[in-house]
Design a protein around this ligand. Structure first.
Ligand SMILES: Cc1cc2nc3c(=O)[nH]c(=O)nc-3n(C[C@H](O)[C@H](O)[C@H](O)COP(=O)(O)O)c2cc1C
Length: 184
């Protein structure tokens, strides 16, 4: 059975910087033989975590919506590319509502329900030219991924990117994204 890599895009801008970088990672993964799929959170219908704790007495989230389906995709994937722009110093609301729902991937003993050995790549984009300004956002999300048992193999961050297609002037970063996908 072929390996599966999925991409999750937390930007509302289709074919914007995050979307393009996630697509490029997935292209690399495809060249390495992965089956790939991409999900745009902005097109999905879901709410944030309701803190009902249903997932601590059952093995999945009680909310039967598009994110429940996505969480199942995450569970069956060998690698996940998580992408979000920086909005007010953090990942977007669309992304963070999904992130909170990942709480259902942790059991009552605080152990991950995911099989071990999954890989993750984090993709971010920001207007600020200073990459160090929001490193914390990626690091905090990497902390959540660690609890879930993921190994983060690469973080790909674009700065100075207010225009929709700023990433197209960064052949180096697109190359890095593709290489990260190939190396999954
Ligand atoms: C609501 C909103 C808040 C933003 N906040 C920040 C910010 O705090 N720092 C920053 O550098 N850029 C900020 N930006 C700019 C985006 O991070 C930037 O345009 C990014 O490249 C968008 O990624 P995309 O092309 O994938 O949508 C913000 C943009 C929006 C729409």
């Amino acid at each position: 059975m072929s390996m599966k890599a999925i991409g999750i895009v937390g930007s509302p801008r289709k074919n914007g910087n995050v979307d393009t970088l996630v697509q490029t990672v997935l292209q690399g993964a495809k060249e390495a033989g992965f089956e790939t799929a991409k999900y745009n959170l902005n097109e999905m219908k879901y709410r944030g975590c309701q803190a009902c704790d249903y997932c601590k007495s059952h093995d999945q989230c009680r909310q039967d919506d598009d994110v429940l389906a996505l969480l199942k995709e995450i569970a069956s994937a060998d690698a996940v590319v998580f992408g979000s722009p920086i909005y007010f110093s953090q990942f977007t609301g669309q992304f963070r509502l999904m992130e909170d729902r990942m709480y259902s991937l942790i059991d009552s003993g605080f152990n991950s329900r995911l099989k071990a050995g999954k890989k993750a790549i984090i993709v971010t984009s920001q207007g600020n030219p200073d990459l160090s300004a929001y490193e914390k956002a990626s690091q905090e999300f990497a902390g959540a991924l660690k609890i879930l048992g993921f190994e983060v193999t690469e973080t790909i961050s674009l700065a100075n990117a207010n225009s929709l297609h700023a990433v197209n002037d960064r052949a180096d970063l697109l190359e890095k994204a593709k290489a990260a996908g190939k190396a999954l």
